[in-house]
Write a protein that binds this ligand. Structure first.
Ligand code: G3P
Length: 279
């Protein structure tokens, strides 16, 4: 299942694109109202960020007005999909857009029959609003499931875009019910990434790693301190030993009245050498 972001917030779209999970974007007048500015500029920027379909919604309520707005959107970028609400005028606009080769997303779908009609009129994307159905105590996922079955049975090419997603469970359910796409608010995408055990696991791994590194560093510095100490002891021993040898030598030398060399230590004349004893 493809993942679209349901937002007009450029920063959110950039982030999701960096995560490598963004297949497209849907916008609507309410989402646009949250960010303001020029709708056209925002759409152009979104189309630069993602090569996937980017839905731009018309606000006219008559077919001619929808066509005028939709054609202008379609000129902004190659990946623009004109979002048209389900209505009698909307169906006509969808059909005429299809003749002109302009792709459409039929929005505000709340029943499988509406979805079927939108697909027949030529919409590329069909958007059932699962969350808003759940809000009125109807199972929004039933529409997704029924449309998926209908489209499979009748070999209909339009894609089912699960919209009005309110929680991560809606995403899982949409995928299992056969939606081709789910469009999500950025917050839901973030919720999908996180799991309390994943986040806890990352923290624990990091803490254990830091502990292990500190222990290793402490061991290394203790070992090097010991090595330094051994070297210092050896050096001072060597110095001490050298000094006492010198001292001995000088003491011997002073007894012989010389500087203590072997020759000096040899018996003086009149004395008998060990080698001459047996002669
Ligand atoms: O793109 C339309 C849509 O997903 C609406 O969501 O939360 O306003 O019902 P919501």
């Amino acid at each position: 299942m493809k993942i679209f972001l349901d937002t007009a917030d450029i920063e959110e779209i950039r982030i999701a694109a960096r995560w490598g999970v963004l297949d497209g974007v849907t916008t609507n007048p309410s989402l646009y109202a949250k960010v303001g500015g020029s709708y056209e500029d925002i759409l152009r920027e979104i189309c630069r960020i993602t090569p996937g379909p980017v839905s731009a919604e018309v606000v006219a309520e008559d077919a001619e007005g929808m066509l005028r707005e939709g054609r202008a959107f379609a000129k902004l970028a190659r990946n623009i999909v004109v979002k048209v609400p389900m209505s009698e005028e909307g169906l006509e606009a969808i059909s005429r857009f299809a003749d002109e080769g302009i792709k459409t997303n039929c929005t505000l779908i709340f029943s499988s029959n509406q979805g079927l009609l939108a697909a027949k009129a030529g919409a590329s994307l069909i958007s059932p609003f699962v969350g808003r159905l759940d809000d009125i105590n109807q199972d929004g996922m039933i529409v997704i499931r029924e449309l998926a079955e209908m489209f499979a049975i009748h070999d209909i090419e339009s894609e089912i875009l699960s919209a009005s997603i309110r929680n991560p469970l809606h995403v899982t359910q949409s995928a299992l019910a056969g939606a081709h796409i789910a469009t999500l608010p950025f917050k839901i995408l973030q919720q999908m990434i996180h799991h309390p055990l994943t986040d806890k696991g990352i923290t624990t791994f990091r803490a254990d790693w830091d502990k292990a590194r500190q222990a290793a560093a402490a061991k290394t510095s203790a070992a090097s301190a010991e090595a330094t100490e051994t070297t210092a002891t050896a050096a001072s021993l060597a110095t001490a030993t050298g000094a006492s040898a010198d001292e001995k030598g000088s003491r011997k030398g002073s007894r012989n009245g010389s500087n203590g060399t072997a020759r000096d230590a040899a018996p003086k004349s009149g004395g008998r050498s060990r080698s001459s004893r047996g002669r």
